[in-house]
Design a protein around this ligand. Structure first.
Ligand code: C5P
Length: 290
């Protein structure tokens, strides 16, 4: 096998309900993660040692990059005395709450396993993924999922009835939000820190049995409490999206991306044009079928 080329998609969280801080410092949560087909691209080939290059010079290409750490963990765990040349074409914004870096890490683990003739069983890849980051295991599969624990326990779900024919509009404001900052700030928002268990499972049922408007009313993200307080622009985005035809909208993950869901792809395109008219053209946006 000469080389492998893989797309690395992202996600949004339809609900992110936090159930308290754990003794290990992480937060217990229940979340519904939905795949979004807006992608980075990765290229892999076998090489004598590990080398990473990246289209975005703002990203480190050493162990500061999750792709590099994923590759390191693959070679350490398999004891393969070789490396790989990896190129990351970064299309997604950074620190955006879209799981872009986590997806890159998952794709790297799976691609290297393929490139070296599958030395690791799926259960071992899943363990390595969970150590790299809470969101990484989700990206080893491609379905919507209910994730629990610190986010690493993933239950894949069939496509949601309420999302049939729907589309996403993503808006990134141009600044990122640090995930550790968002979680640590929850200490000042006790209601958001100590959510009621069961909301995510209830939303799964609504997504499976009702429509987007009904299910969308139950979308919730505990990490909005600190993020919207610090960045009121994110509130303005949501108000505008709701007033202009979005069936639902929310901040994704720890932010800073806001997403809207519309009934159709053309609805998302026209909503994007309205957003540009109101907020200008400097924000990163993407429109994609759900
Ligand atoms: O697991 P990951 O590396 O993505 O987490 C980044 C940071 O986000 C953690 O260091 C922690 O501060 C916070 N976090 C958390 N609870 C989670 C997931 C992440 O507190 N369930």
């Amino acid at each position: 096998m000469q080389h492998l080329e893989k797309s690395s998609p992202c996600k949004v969280n339809l609900i992110l309900n936090i159930l308290g801080k754990r003794p290990d410092g992480f937060h217990e949560l229940e979340t519904i993660m939905h795949p979004v087909n807006v992608c980075d691209e990765l290229r892999f080939e076998r090489a004598p040692s590990l080398e990473l290059t990246c289209s975005d010079s703002a990203l480190p290409t050493d162990a500061g990059n999750l792709v590099f750490r994923a590759a390191q963990s693959f070679f350490v765990d398999t004891r393969i005395q070789e490396g790989a040349r990896i190129h990351l074409q970064k299309n997604l914004p950074l620190a955006a709450g879209l799981g872009g870096g986590s997806a890159n890490a998952a794709v790297t683990l799976a691609a290297l396993n393929e490139l070296f003739d599958n030395p690791l069983p799926p259960v071992r890849i899943n363990e390595l993924a969970g150590r790299l980051g809470s969101d990484v295991p989700f990206f080893l599969q491609s379905a919507p999922a209910l994730a629990t624990g610190r986010g690493e326990q993933v239950e894949s779900l069939p496509p949601f009835k309420a999302m049939q024919g729907a589309a996403f509009l993503l808006i990134h404001p141009g600044f990122g939000i640090s995930t550790p900052w968002a979680y640590q700030s929850l200490a000042r928002y006790p209601a958001a820190l100590n959510g009621t268990p069961g909301r995510a499972r209830h939303l799964v049922t609504l997504l499976q049995t009702t429509n987007l408007k009904t299910a969308g009313a139950e979308f919730y993200n505990a990490l909005e409490a600190p993020a919207l307080h610090k960045y009121p622009l994110l509130i303005l985005f949501q108000e505008f999206l709701r007033e202009n035809g979005a069936s639902a909208c929310l901040m994704s993950g720890s932010g800073s991306t806001t997403f809207a869901i519309t009934d159709s792809l053309s609805g998302a395109e026209s909503l994007r044009e309205k957003v540009k008219g109101k907020f200008g053209t400097s924000h990163w946006t993407a429109v994609v079928a759900a």
